[in-house]
Design a protein around this ligand. Structure first.
Ligand code: SF4
Length: 240
């Protein structure tokens, strides 16, 4: 049984085509900029792999152009056992899945098997150094890199993602650091996402302290500039 936070039908953001997103509860990290703190703890909404499959299958007619299911959270790979049980059922219906992960779950055999079955992995590279990872997420860069390297070695399609937060990592120096850290990984794309404040109300509703309550949303123009800088440096390195 897996504890489920919520579902999102036919989202177009986290993976190719139209997606049915399953948000699991539970996360080993405590990112300062988390906009889903309501996924950290169990919801009490438990579902078996068969129940999840029946729900996912209802959206199958919409899974065209590479669409499918995206497992997100929280941290989906804490539920690797459930994903592995679902895998055969999804394959029997020709439904692929994508993992939207922080890469912070230890790389056990169950986690490896869940990654092996994925069409694509969207991996957060939250900070470029171990020190910053610890400071802003409570987690370890080493675990994330192990996950990224595993995907690279197995030829799993990998997309890296980083949330850019004003005053924390919105500089070209930081982008240079991310590029250095990502260099051992074999990835298709590297996307920067802007910090936003749309999840602030959740901290209030949950009575939790919001460590970035005074931080403004990321300026879209500055984000575009950093994305262009990152993309051009990566393509320059690939051509060398
Ligand atoms: S990994 Fe995601 S869900 Fe977990 S704390 Fe970080 S931003 Fe929030």
């Amino acid at each position: 049984m897996a504890d489920i936070h919520s579902f999102e039908s036919l989202g177009a953001l986290d993976g190719q085509g139209l997606r049915f997103c399953v948000f699991f509860t539970g996360c080993p990290l405590r990112c300062a900029y988390c906009h889903n703190p309501d996924t950290w703890h169990k919801s009490g909404r438990e579902m078996s792999p068969r129940e999840l499959f029946d729900k996912i299958r209802r959206s199958k007619p919409y899974f065209k152009n590479g669409g499918g299911v995206t497992f997100s959270g929280g941290e989906p790979l804490l539920n690797a056992e459930t994903i592995n049980e679902l895998r055969g059922m999804l394959e029997s219906e020709g439904i692929g899945y994508c993992l939207d992960t922080s890469g912070s779950a230890p790389l056990t055999d169950e986690v490896k098997a869940a990654i092996d079955g994925a069409d694509m992995v969207l991996l957060d590279l939250k900070f470029p150094t171990e020190e910053l990872y610890k400071k802003y997420t409570g987690g370890s860069l080493e675990t994330v890199m192990q996950t990224g390297k595993y995907c690279s070695e197995k030829g799993i399609r990998l997309i890296l993602r980083t949330v850019i937060v004003p005053g924390i990592n919105n500089s070209r120096d930081m982008i240079d650091g991310y590029i250095r850290t990502a260099s051992p990984l074999c990835f298709e794309e590297y996307e920067l996402l802007g910090f936003h404040t749309m999840g602030f109300f959740k901290y209030e509703n949950l009575g939790m302290a919001n460590p970035l309550k005074d931080t403004p949303p990321m300026d879209p123009k500055k984000l575009r500039e950093l994305q262009e800088y990152l993309s051009s440096k990566i393509s320059g390195e690939k051509q060398q």
